[in-house]
Design a protein around this ligand. Structure first.
Ligand SMILES: [Zn+2]
Length: 269
C-alpha cells in the first residue's frame, strides 16, 4: 500500500491557551480523549490525552483577515445576513456563507455548512507527561496541562464566585492536508499564517496567544506492508517519508487569483 499526500506542518508555541470544549456548571474543560498508557523504562503509567480544539477556526479567521487586508471579499462565518430585528450581522468585506459565484478562495479551501472542506486540519493529542522519556501507542505532544482556579470579584472587591478553567502551555504542532488545494490556495494559506495570533478562550485576559515558529510544506509518502513474524503473527509495518516541497514567491497568489477571476469573467461573457 502506498499513499501520497501534501501537507503543511506548523510548529507553534503558546504560554497559555484555553481551547475550551464545554462549560459544565462553573468548570470549563478541554476536550478529554481518555486515559492512555505510556511506558517509562520498565514501568507503565496512565495519562490523560486531550485534543486541541479550535485550530481550524483559528486558521479560518487568519485567512479572513488576510483577505480583508487585500480587499478581497470572502465568505462570512454564517449564512445569516441580519438578525430578527433587522440588524445586519454581515461586516463590510464579506458575503453570506456560500453565496459567492464563482466560489471565493475561503470557500474553496474551507467549504460551507453544505460543502466539504478541501483541507483536513489535525493535531496529535496533547498530554502532560512528567517523565522525560516515554513511549506511547499513538503519537502525543507533551505539554503542561493544568487547571486554574479563578474568583469573580464584586465591585467592592469581595470574592463572590469561584470557577475553574483548564489550559495548556508549551510547544505544539498541527498538520494541514493540502493535497486537494491548488498552488495558489496553498500560497494563500501559508501567507495567512502571518495573521495567526489567538487560540481558544480568554483573549480579553491575555490567554491564547499563539506564536508560529516555523512552517514546512511537504510531500508525505506512506508505505504499509504485512509481515509475518517467527510466531506466525501478521504485523503491519508502516514507513513514512517526508520530502520538502517548495513554492516560489508566496505572495504571487494575489496576481494569480486576479488573473483567474478575470478568466472566469471572460468565460461567463
Ligand atoms: Zn464566498
Amino acid at each position: 500500500m502506498r499513499k501520497i499526500k501534501n501537507q503543511i506542518v506548523v510548529h507553534a508555541f503558546t504560554p497559555i491557551a484555553k481551547p475550551i470544549n464545554a462549560s459544565i456548571q462553573k468548570n470549563s474543560s478541554m476536550l478529554l480523549l481518555g486515559k492512555f498508557p505510556y511506558v517509562n523504562g520498565e514501568k507503565t503509567f496512565n495519562t490523560k490525552f486531550y485534543y486541541i480544539k479550535g485550530i481550524r477556526g483559528m486558521l479560518r479567521h487568519a485567512c479572513m483577515e488576510l483577505a480583508q487586508d487585500c480587499n478581497i471579499e470572502v465568505c462570512h462565518s454564517s449564512e445569516k445576513t441580519e438578525l430578527k430585528d433587522g440588524k445586519s450581522v454581515l461586516p463590510q468585506g464579506f458575503h453570506a456563507l456560500g453565496t459567492c459565484d464563482p466560489p471565493c478562495i475561503l470557500r474553496t479551501i474551507f467549504g460551507t455548512f453544505r460543502e466539504k472542506s478541501s483541507i483536513v486540519v489535525a493535531a496529535d493529542p496533547i498530554a502532560s507527561i512528567k517523565h522525560k522519556d516515554f513511549i506511547t501507542i499513538v503519537p502525543v505532544q507533551n505539554v503542561h496541562i493544568s487547571s486554574e482556579n479563578r474568583i469573580a470579584l464584586a465591585y467592592d472587591g469581595t470574592p463572590i464566585q469561584d470557577f475553574r478553567e483548564s489550559y495548556f502551555s508549551g510547544f505544539f504542532s498541527f498538520q494541514i492536508d493540502v493535497t486537494n488545494l491548488t498552488d495558489v490556495e496553498i500560497k494563500f494559506l501559508i501567507e495567512a499564517m502571518l495573521y495567526v495570533e489567538i487560540l481558544g478562550a480568554g483573549r480579553s485576559s491575555g490567554y491564547g496567544c499563539v506564536k508560529i515558529l516555523n512552517i514546512a510544506l511537504q510531500k508525505v509518502e506512506t508505505f504499509r506492508r504485512v509481515e509475518e513474524d517467527s510466531e506466525g503473527n501478521y504485523k503491519i509495518i508502516e514507513e513514512t517519508t517526508e520530502i520538502p516541497l517548495s513554492l516560489s514567491k508566496i505572495e504571487d497568489w494575489r496576481t494569480s487569483l486576479n488573473t483567474m477571476s478575470k478568466q472566469d469573467e471572460k468565460v461567463a461573457v
